[in-house]
Design a binder for this molecule. Structure first.
Ligand SMILES: NC(=O)c1ccc[n+]([C@@H]2O[C@H](COP(=O)([O-])OP(=O)(O)OC[C@H]3O[C@@H](n4cnc5c(N)ncnc54)[C@H](OP(=O)(O)O)[C@@H]3O)[C@@H](O)[C@H]2O)c1
Length: 283
């Protein structure tokens, strides 16, 4: 299917600050794309990225913390000729203004882009310093959006304080049936401050598949269009109205296709979300 038609079929969500839309399911590159020097694994990563784009996905998320993932992503996007379609997000993960600038410039070289779609402060490391640089970079057109990330509920309060004034474009945070804490307050704060939300660790780094191993999907999961547990987990996340995009990590093309499947068909209403949570928590 032509890429443009595939994109029409999957759920798109607006970035609140601009109204620009992005597909609601993307791809995380931690571990999966840290494969430089391993030709078999690089081939798998190529298939995964190709599948993402063929099915209408666009968002990839990386970090200088992820070993060779940035350079592998940049190389594969170039080889596949998909660079112009992608919405590329990466992070800055160091201390000090000059070190941050050097690292961000290095990331752009590795990802082979002139301008990043989204630069995020990884785990809030030296956040005030890098956000000051990123505000200048945004004015100068070197990044399109800026953001902050964390992966742990212990940092949700800090994320909330940073996004509340309303001048941060994206917050990236852990949120899943296994780690639902973001919905207590942070997701509401994101909606009020018109901050886009990228969800990381949607499967609690894969641990949730261990919880459901050997368990059939409940019959009623078909009513909300879930063919697999991955889709059950992702549709629960996407049905929170503050969520813009979720970025499951994998270099398995079949898993990419499975995950993109969560971005089509119905999403659960509030009562069904509660039923999904109760069911997962009973396993
Ligand atoms: N502080 C931060 O900013 C931060 C922290 C954590 C993560 N992140 C970002 O968020 C992304 C996602 O988080 P994550 O990678 O830690 O964890 P995750 O997405 O919750 O889980 C990844 C695991 O799920 C498995 N998986 C993926 N799709 C599957 C499917 N359809 N069926 C069965 N298994 C599936 C993968 O196995 P296979 O490899 O076998 O597919 C992998 O083991 C990261 O890659 C990274 O980009 C950011």
């Amino acid at each position: 299917m032509p890429v443009a038609r595939a994109a029409d079929r999957i759920l798109q969500r607006p970035i609140p600050k601009t109204g620009e839309t992005i597909p609601a399911v993307g791809l995380g590159t931690w571990q999966g794309f840290d494969v430089a020097g391993d030709s078999a694994a690089t081939g798998q990563a190529r298939e995964a990225l190709k599948t993402l784009v063929e099915l209408g996905g666009r968002v990839i998320d990386s970090s200088p913390m992820y070993g060779s993932a940035e350079s592998v992503s940049g190389q594969l996007a170039d080889e596949l000729g998909v660079k112009s379609r992608l919405f590329v997000a990466t992070k800055v993960w160091t201390r000090g203004k000059q070190a941050g600038i050097r690292q961000m410039e290095d990331s752009m070289r590795k990802l082979r882009v002139e301008r990043l779609d989204l630069m995020q402060v990884h785990n809030l490391v030296d956040a005030a310093t890098h956000l000051a640089t990123l505000r200048e970079w945004k004015k100068a057109g070197r990044v399109r959006y800026l953001g902050v990330t964390h992966y742990h509920a212990g940092a949700h309060g800090d994320l909330e304080r940073i996004i509340k004034p309303g001048d941060i474009d994206f917050v990236q945070v852990n949120y899943s049936l296994a780690e639902p804490e973001a919905e207590r307050s942070l997701l509401g704060a994101a909606a009020s401050s018109r901050t886009a939300v990228i969800v990381n660790r949607p499967f609690a780094e894969g641990a949730m598949f261990g919880v459901v191993k050997g368990q059939p999907l409940p019959d009623w999961a078909k009513e909300i269009g879930c063919a697999t547990w991955a889709q059950f987990f992702l549709k629960w996340i996407l049905s929170h109205p503050a969520v813009t995009c979720v970025i499951p990590g994998t270099r398995n093309a079949k898993h990419v296709a499975d995950n993109l499947g969560a971005a089509s068909g119905p999403l659960p209403e509030e009562a069904t979300r509660r039923k999904m949570a109760a069911h997962f928590n009973s396993l």
